[in-house]
Design a protein around this ligand. Structure first.
Ligand SMILES: [Zn+2]
Length: 456
């Protein structure tokens, strides 16, 4: 058995090394190889590692980067599955990379972003010390189906984590409901106030009570179905969070400053990644810090030093032009980018890259569920919109229906031409690509302006 573990780890690492030489990163193969040799390998590798599993529909990657920063600030050793390989094979490969060949860990902690459906198996083998659920939204590009399915998957993962502290979003009626069915210690986090000055009207993924089907009432709402919900019929309501964002003091294109109430004590936190939804990710990070016994001051310092990750508000080099790229996977995520854009001070150029390859979801009809109408109300603050990618023309049609003035709209399907158009003007650019569009565009920008490979 021992030999098999050693062989499994070495084989996995050699595969990863070989793939790197070939210039390929972030594939499932090294993990597959390890699992083939030793199907139980993850249990062995994770036994002496305190693992934080991060799951949920939106915000997993950013929350993971925030938790990483908090561990760094606290001086703890950890590793993370940073390339976004969040299925079991990718997670196995990451553990294999960070173990000695005998299977003993090199780090005390691991920050593991985990796909909702994969969390069932991953948690069973890993036995995490903390599980963070960011939120649960409908994901029309998701191969695992509807909201309730996602909720059941996440719940099953938590039920396989008997010794974990569970951090739940108090404002998400779906995630918060999990607390009723588990024995674990729960730490709720949430936002006590509205976060946007102006906001897109959205279709709620959870308008009706999960327990009795009555329509929720809201004291306030932040975005999507998140907010101060209560059920007038059965009394299910937003639990009082231990980490509560009370006031939004300042929101800029580069950061957000908030007042946070943590265990009844007020602190001011600057969050170095912009966007209203990142306020939730920051509060989630603070909840994880409490779960791990890390001081709230250390956690607050960490929030100020977080760098945005791959495709999550990622800053791109584009000559002298400031550009941020935000990957979108579903209408809820898309609406949040639009909220960010419309709450930005100053002028901006908006670029949408719509592809329909396998990684994007072949069906792009979801763009009709996104409230692009807000673009038409931005006036001079929107210098223009460029529709790009394989389905640029369909995107342009959607924008015309949304009432975007035609003189503001350009259609540039080709990425080389798009890069020249973005670099050839002086306004900040917000780029919203689907997955394969992001990969393609990143590669082209890397060729022209230099950019780190994403698995580094
Ligand atoms: Zn109810």
């Amino acid at each position: 058995m021992k030999l098999r573990i050693i062989f499994s780890i070495i084989a996995s690492r050699l595969t990863r090394f070989g793939l790197r030489i070939l210039g390929r990163g972030g594939t499932a193969l090294p993990g597959k190889v390890a699992l083939k040799i030793c199907p139980d390998i993850l249990r062995t590798l994770a036994r002496d590692v305190k693992t934080i599993v991060i799951t949920g529909t939106n915000g997993k990657t950013t929350s993971s980067r925030i938790v990483e920063q908090i561990l760094t600030e606290a001086g703890l050793s950890y590793f993370a599955n940073r390339s976004g390989a969040n299925l079991i094979q990718g997670i196995v490969a990451e553990f294999a990379m960070h173990s000695k060949v005998t299977g003993k860990p090199k780090c005390d902690y691991a920050v593991i972003e985990c796909d909702e459906a994969a969390s069932v198996m991953v948690c069973k083998y890993i036995n995490p010390v903390v599980v963070l659920v960011t939120n649960i939204f409908g994901d029309q590009l998701d191969r695992f189906g509807d909201v309730m399915n996602t909720l059941e998957n996440v719940k099953a993962g938590i039920k396989n984590s008997p010794s974990a502290v569970i951090c739940l979003n108090a404002d998400c009626s779906l995630s918060a409901s999990i607390a009723r069915e588990i024995e674990n210690q729960v730490i709720f986090y949430g936002v006590d106030t509205e976060i946007y000055r102006e906001r897109i009207p959205e279709v709620s993924d959870a308008a009706h009570c999960i327990f009795c089907k009555a329509r929720y009432e809201y004291d306030y709402s932040t975005y999507g179905h998140l907010g101060g919900f209560n059920c007038p019929k059965c009394g299910y309501k937003r639990p009082q969070p231990r980490v509560a964002v009370g006031k939004i003091l300042n929101q800029s294109a580069d950061s957000t400053t908030v007042e946070m109430l943590v265990d009844g004590e007020t602190l001011v936190a600057c969050i170095s990644i912009p966007g209203g939804y990142n306020i939730y990710n920051a509060a989630a990070g603070m909840a994880v810090a409490l779960a791990l016994g890390i001081s709230k001051d250390a956690a607050a310092r960490a929030l100020a030093g977080v760098e945005s990750g791959f495709g999550r508000m990622e800053k791109l080099p584009l000559g002298g032009v400031s550009a941020r790229m935000i990957l979108v996977k579903n209408p809820a995520g898309c609406n949040q980018v639009l909220n960010f854009l419309s709450n930005m001070d100053g002028q901006a150029l908006f670029v949408i890259c719509l592809n329909d390859n396998v990684g994007d979801g072949r069906d792009v009809s979801w763009i009709w569920d996104v409230s692009f109408e807000i673009l038409g109300t931005m006036g001079d603050r929107l210098s223009g919109v460029i529709a790009s990618g394989i389905r640029a023309h369909e995107m342009a049609l959607r924008l015309k229906y949304a009432g975007l003035p035609v003189e503001k709209l350009r259609v540039i399907p080709d990425y080389d031409q798009l890069i020249d158009a973005m670099a050839g003007q002086d306004k900040p650019v917000v780029i919203m690509p689907t997955y394969s569009a992001m990969m393609e565009l990143r590669e082209k920008i890397a060729g022209k302006y230099g950019l780190k490979d994403f698995w580094e």
